[in-house]
Design a protein around this ligand. Structure first.
Ligand code: ZN
Length: 181
């Protein structure tokens, strides 16, 4: 559960990372940092922090902040009422991010999956993004990502974000109950 204590600790730490990366925010944006913890009570492992710059009918832009080893759980953005699902481009701004998408992997991956959570992460096709590198994920493609040892900041550019329709591999996650990417 996202308690006040968890929220405040994560939001404060996210601001430190944004500051380290030299990303300027307004006071309003600082107050509106979102923390996704998915009601799994392990936010330092499965979770992330977000700053939403814009989310209109046509486009969405966010900053995603991940602490060292923090992971956004595997999910996809399906078609809704005949409208294509969300398309997203992730651009690394700080640190390093291990991104996994559907497709043939090399067998070994660099990210660490917590014991007992293996069935919640099925994509093993690894893309490593360093600052200035980006990758586009097309609609309805399964994906998940994890920050490297220094944490990561990722800018996300996408079509409209409708978190409540996202489909997670980990069926404990209720998409209507959180904010996601
Ligand atoms: Zn996504």
């Amino acid at each position: 559960m996202l308690t006040k204590e968890v929220y405040e600790r994560c939001a404060k730490r996210a601001l430190e990372y944004l500051d380290k990366a030299g990303i300027a925010l307004t006071e309003e944006e600082k107050k509106n940092i979102q923390v996704a913890e998915y009601d799994l009570d392990c936010v330092d492992t499965i979770g992330l922090e977000l700053v939403v710059y814009v989310n209109t009918e046509k486009c969405c832009a966010k900053e995603l902040i991940l602490f060292p080893g923090q992971t956004c759980p595997e999910h996809r953005h399906p078609e809704i009422n005949g409208e294509e699902g969300k398309e997203e481009t992730f651009r690394c701004r700080y640190g390093k991010v291990y991104l996994y998408v559907e497709g043939e992997g090399k067998g070994e991956i660099s990210a660490k999956i917590s014991e007992g959570m293996e069935h919640c992460f099925t994509c093993m096709n690894e893309i490593v993004l360093y600052p200035g590198e980006q990758y586009t994920i097309y609609p309805n493609t399964l994906h998940w990502f994890q920050a490297g040892e220094e944490g990561a900041i990722v800018s996300e550019f996408s079509t409209k974000s409708r978190d409540e329709f996202d489909i997670y591999t980990d069926k404990r996650i209720n998409p209507a109950g959180k904010r996601n990417v």
